[in-house]
Design a protein around this ligand. Structure first.
Ligand SMILES: NC(=O)c1ccc[n+]([C@@H]2O[C@H](COP(=O)([O-])OP(=O)(O)OC[C@H]3O[C@@H](n4cnc5c(N)ncnc54)[C@H](O)[C@@H]3O)[C@@H](O)[C@H]2O)c1
Length: 272
């Protein structure tokens, strides 16, 4: 590692190649756009690749997409051929309405495993050897959730797999750090997307309640996560690995404390 990093204005990822899973919508699309806007050649893998992927080529980067189901047992060869320096494992979902753990089926566990954890293992396993051999270092970014760090009743197994992804992030970071490859996680909450369309699901009369749901209010936007992904993908974070960055307006940090209407704070709200 050179003793100084040049914080010059302009593109931060020129000459780098990235793969973003689930990058055609929501958080993944915002991440893909931000990496390309900073000069990366970004390949998106999505089951529905006709997404929100506007890119101004003047930025120097490239943004293209292939149709690929990351839960398939074979990694799509185009992802390996792309020779990425940056992997963003963004696909993840709770898949069903909340239900008691005892109502779960093993088939549901298996689908939750694939979409939240298994595909991340498989893709990292397929792409990491190339990153190591090329000797250019790399950055792997895993999308977890605030619920890897706190409870989510009704989604017990989802939260367990996301917590496992966070722990995978830590241990892998320790394993590959010597190769200059960094592994970090982002734990979002309250980000407006197709998965959780807060703009549609929060009734107008509840909008004034946002400041009681998170210290920064809300909802957050996919771009709020993309800024952190850009930081983790670039040399700005060159001494950061094994970490999770919470992009949640402060819900994790505040841990249930809410402002009282009359002033002050409580962790025992009367009308939750
Ligand atoms: N939005 C939030 O507030 C929030 C909160 C916690 C965690 N997260 C995590 O952030 C990540 C992104 O969330 P989002 O809200 O943008 O999701 P989203 O559901 O809005 O978008 C997901 C994208 O992934 C694609 N996709 C789904 N299954 C796929 C598959 N098998 N193979 C390839 N592509 C697939 C979809 O087509 C879509 O483009 C997820 O891992 C999610 O668990 C989001």
């Amino acid at each position: 590692m050179s003793p100084r990093v040049a914080f010059t204005p302009g593109a931060m990822l020129t000459g780098r190649r990235a793969v973003v899973t689930g990058g055609a919508a929501g958080i993944g699309a915002a991440i893909a756009r931000s990496l390309a806007a900073h000069g990366a050649d970004v390949l998106v893998a999505d089951v529905d690749p006709a997404g929100d992927l506007d890119h101004d080529p003047a930025a120097g980067g490239r943004l293209h997409a292939i149709e690929a189901d990351v839960c398939a047992q074979q990694v799509h060869p185009a992802l390996i051929d792309h020779r990425p320096d940056i992997l963003v494992s963004n696909v993840g979902h709770f898949l069903r309405a909340p239900q008691p753990f005892t109502a779960d089926t093993a088939e549901q566990w298996s689908r939750l495993h694939e979409i939240n954890l298994g595909h991340g293992f498989r893709l990292t396993h397929a792409l990491l050897p190339g990153m190591t051999e090329r000797g250019r270092g790399g950055s792997i970014i895993n999308l977890t959730t605030v619920e890897a760090h706190r409870a989510i009743p009704g989604h017990t197994v989802y939260s367990a797999y996301k917590a496992a992804l966070m722990q995978f992030t830590r241990s892998l970071a320790a394993e590959v750090g010597a190769a200059g490859i960094r592994v970090n996680a982002i734990a979002p909450d309250l980000i407006n997307s197709a998965q959780v369309p807060y703009d549609d699901i929060v009734p107008a009369e509840d909008l004034p309640l946002w400041p009681t749901w998170s210290p920064l209010g809300g909802p957050g936007q996919p771009e709020d996560v993309a800024g952190v992904a850009l930081f983790l993908a670039s040399d700005l974070s060159r001494f950061v690995t094994g970490s999770t960055i919470h992009v949640d307006g402060g819900t994790h940090g505040s841990g249930g404390w809410v402002p009282r209407a009359a002033g002050g704070w409580t962790n025992r709200p009367r009308n939750p």
